[in-house]
Design a protein around this ligand. Structure first.
Ligand code: RFL
Ligand code: PHB
Length: 441
């Protein structure tokens, strides 16, 4: 027997993209159902990103998700770039007129979102299986899944959001031949660890070493996160804890500085890939986040892009479903891809500059070092890095006053949805215009 139901927006995936979309839609009075094939505990524990652009932080604050982030997040005003045995500081606030980034783990954002959604009585179905999306050539797409008790469901929707990550089903459900993919593989992976030890640095250290890249980041004042470049097809069994610490000390070390060690609580290898699928929409099926694009983690952009996509999508769906206006939905893909390609270029550039390519010759290695020297010696080059790292495009969202909630969206001075008066709005550069003329946020 199939259980039939109805919602406005069916959302596949309870990662940051799907959960935040559901939250933003609820702020606009729009119903959604979120389905997720993993358990709640798994979603809340999956180790991923940790670094938020200033605009992401401002957005989360503006939509009522800032309390724990503000209490526990670590605000950083720069990074260290290390190469040829020397560590150099880039001061983002000085370079960009006051912009910064925040360390607050993706796991914590997911926990905050799940708690907020469930407290608001939202429908999130964990541990579903056999997810399908259908009737995609109509204005009533259908979401089908089997719940954790074995019951088959069919949810008729006004729109479906594919927020189901890189390995999800929504991208492949688009009509054959519609999606074009641009991608790049990298001949290395990242081995990431979480360790119960105070970070040995106040800000992140990105180190290019002749034996491979290393990154020292953190989660809290008591927990460090570190990454090592390893071969693309590396076996984690070849990396006992002692070897990891020795290699981190070797690649991150500079005279007069020590790396503190502690118990490793998590260890995993992730491949590196750039991938952009376009368009991000077919009729009423919209892709968002990793379902549409992947960047290598060196630029720390993946989570920030996912949040940006759904901020644009929530406004577009509000306009479509409440006012019958399709212009923002029609512009969704172009608006997002403008930001996605900027982040794709930046992530590719950071990755190529900092990793040791096993196939590179002396010419390429010399170019990398020349580029790094340029970044730390030219204010213009350092500003380019700082501007991209802290987030070039501002994200805006204005919460509606209680009396107007559910009646439509407010418009900023540029006609775009939202336009809150937060710190980002005061200090961020003007948004670039996408081809469609809609502010690409
Ligand atoms: P997610 O987080 O992958 O969530 C997708 C969800 O969909 C579910 N799902 C399904 N549910 C139902 N039915 C199906 N058929 C389904 N198929 C899949 C999945 O179980 C999952 O829960 O995608 P989303 O929401 O788009 O979020 C994207 C981010 O997770 C990702 O971009 C970042 O983690 C990338 N990333 C970083 N991004 C940053 O902005 N800053 C960082 O510092 C940063 N560091 C990182 C990273 C990614 C890393 N890895 C592991 C690749 C560091 C690393 C090591
Ligand atoms: C992280 O904190 O996990 C992190 C930070 C910056 C990156 C990648 C990952 O570039």
């Amino acid at each position: 027997m199939t259980v039939s139901s109805r919602t406005q927006v069916g959302i596949v995936g309870a990662g940051p993209a799907g959960l935040l979309l559901s939250h933003l839609l609820a702020l606009r009075g729009i119903d959604s159902v979120v389905i997720e094939n993993r358990s709640r505990a798994y979603c809340e524990a999956r180790q991923r990103a940790g670094l938020l652009e200033a605009g992401t932080v401002e957005l989360l604050r503006a939509v009522g998700l800032g309390a724990r982030m503000d209490a526990e997040g670590l605000e950083h005003g720069g990074i260290y770039l290390q190469f040829e045995g020397e560590r150099h500081h880039l001061d983002f606030r000085d370079l960009t007129g006051g912009r910064w980034v925040t360390i607050y783990a993706q796991t914590e954002i997911v926990k905050d979102l799940i708690r907020a959604r469930l407290a608001a009585g939202a429908a999130i179905e964990f541990e579903v299986s056999d997810t399908e999306v259908g009737e995609l050539d109509s204005d009533r797409p259908v979401l089908r899944f089997t719940d954790s008790a074995g019951a088959r469901h069919e949810v008729t929707c006004d729109a479906i959001a594919g927020c189901d990550g890189f390995h999800g089903i929504c991208r492949d459900s688009m009509p054959p031949g519609l999606i074009e993919v641009a991608e790049r593989g990298y001949p290395y992976s990242w081995l990431g660890i979480l360790a119960t030890v105070a970070p040995s640095t106040d800000e992140l250290i990105y180190s290019r070493h002749v034996d491979g890249f290393a990154l020292h980041t953190m989660r809290t004042p008591q927990v460090s996160r570190l990454y090592l470049q390893v071969p693309a097809d590396e076996d984690i069994e070849r990396w006992p804890d002692d070897r990891i610490w020795a290699e981190l000390r070797h690649r991150l070390g500079v005279p007069g500085w020590d790396l503190k060690e502690g118990p490793i609580t998590e260890k995993a290898i992730s491949p590196m890939r750039s991938f952009v699928a376009s368009p991000m929409r077919h009729r009423r099926l919209f892709l968002a986040g990793d379902a549409a694009h992947i960047v290598p983690p060196t630029g720390a952009k993946g989570l920030n892009l996912a949040i940006a996509d759904v901020t644009v999508l929530a406004a577009a769906l509000t306009s479509l479903l409440r006012e019958g206006q399709a212009a923002q939905a029609d512009a969704y893909s172009d608006a997002c891809l403008s930001r996605v390609w900027r982040a794709t270029h930046f992530s590719w550039w950071m990755t190529s500059m900092l990793h040791v390519d096993p196939h590179a010759d002396r010419f390429e290695a010399a170019l990398q070092l020349s580029q790094l020297r340029y970044v730390v010696s030219s204010r213009a080059a350092a500003t380019t890095l700082a501007e991209n790292y802290t987030g070039y495009f501002p994200l805006t969202w204005a919460s509606l006053p209680e009396s107007t909630r559910g009646r439509g969206i407010t418009r900023g001075p540029d006609g775009a949805a939202g336009a809150g008066p937060g710190r980002a709005a005061r200090t961020a550069p003007r948004p670039l215009r996408s081809r469609s003329g809609i502010a690409a946020r």
